[in-house]
Design a protein around this ligand. Structure first.
Ligand code: BTN
Length: 305
């Protein structure tokens, strides 16, 4: 986060070169107000005023920090969360220079996409975090349906697909203190007003964008607003009503169920399997070639058919 603060301050000419070297020794919480202040400035495309106008939520997005450029909205959200940002705070950036994807991968985040992180204090057990990711996937899918995308699907655990190509990824990270979860940072990246050619060549085949699917550019601010509303509805459902209905919604939109996949679990355990469904705790249930059933809790599932 030191680097993050230096970059933000440098960009805004709020820090002279001489003091940059000193920043390492300073208590980072001293800077939380500056980071907050910078997140209230006006940006070019993403506008707090447009998102906040008629935003129909109780707490999600009531506190918005919007930046022109940060390394990763998840990193800034973590910092703000550790410095008192309240439940439902949303961090958005028009660009990210060091965005994080799942499994330690990087994430392309040029101008034109929707890159945001939500700080949630759901007061739930660690084991429920995968379900929050699944619920977020349902909220994104519903958002896309609202803006006219036909049949968005969810590839376990968290890729949103249109016509078999990825349009959105979700990265959930926990902020823990003394072994208890203080908050959950839910990072969402939607390839909105982008052209596939803007992505590195090796990603182009498996990627799509909303602009490509809808044949036009859309309004990022209203997309964000719709998503925040859908997200609050589903997180309320998650917190108060349990997750059976959310899992039903997930299953309805599943891209993975019924497919043959290569399961790649951490520590290099790879095997082929048939996807049967999704379990109560959000794990993918697969049948291996030898007929045994397995629950996949983390890792990747590469679709083979
Ligand atoms: C994936 O690998 O599919 C997850 C990608 C998550 C990207 C989003 S963009 C906003 C937030 N900030 C990050 O650094 N990552 C997430």
């Amino acid at each position: 986060m030191q680097k993050e603060i230096v970059n933000l301050l440098k960009k805004e000419n709020k820090l002279s070169n001489d003091t940059i070297s000193e920043i390492k020794d300073i208590d980072l919480s001293d800077f939380s107000n500056i980071v907050k202040e910078l997140g209230k400035e006006d940006t070019e495309y993403i506008k707090a005023s447009e998102i906040a106008k008629d935003l129909n939520t109780e707490y999600i997005g009531k506190n918005l920090y919007i930046y022109k450029e940060v390394s990763s909205t998840n990193t800034v959200a973590k910092f703000l969360s550790m410095n008192g940002a309240e439940n439902g705070t949303v961090v958005i950036s028009e660009k990210q220079t060091k965005a994080k994807g799942r499994s330690g991968k990087s994430w392309e985040s040029p101008l034109g996409g929707v890159w945001l992180s939500i700080i949630l204090n759901p007061n739930v057990d660690h084991s429920k975090i995968p379900l929050i990711t699944l619920a977020t996937g349902v909220a994104v899918a519903k958002t896309l349906e609202n803006i006219g995308v036909e049949n968005p699907e969810i590839k376990w655990p968290n890729d949103i697909m249109i016509n078999g190509k990825k349009v959105c990824g979700i990265l959930t990270e926990a902020v823990a203190k003394f072994n208890t979860i203080e908050s959950v940072i839910i990072g969402v990246g939607i390839d909105a007003n982008l052209d596939v050619e803007q992505f590195p060549e090796d990603l182009q085949e498996g990627t799509t964008t909303l602009k490509e699917v809808l044949g036009r550019e859309g309004n990022e601010n209203s997309l964000i607003k719709t998503f925040l509303e859908e997200f609050e509805k589903i997180s309320e459902q998650f917190i108060h009503e349990g997750y059976e209905d959310i899992l039903k919604e997930w299953r309805k939109r599943s891209y993975s169920i019924g497919k043959i996949v290569e399961v790649r679990e951490p520590f290099n355990t790879y095997y082929d399997a048939y996807v049967i469904g999704i379990g109560k705790e959000g794990a993918l249930v697969v049948e291996k070639i030898d007929g045994t059933l397995e629950k996949v809790i983390s890792g990747e599932c590469i679709i083979k058919n």
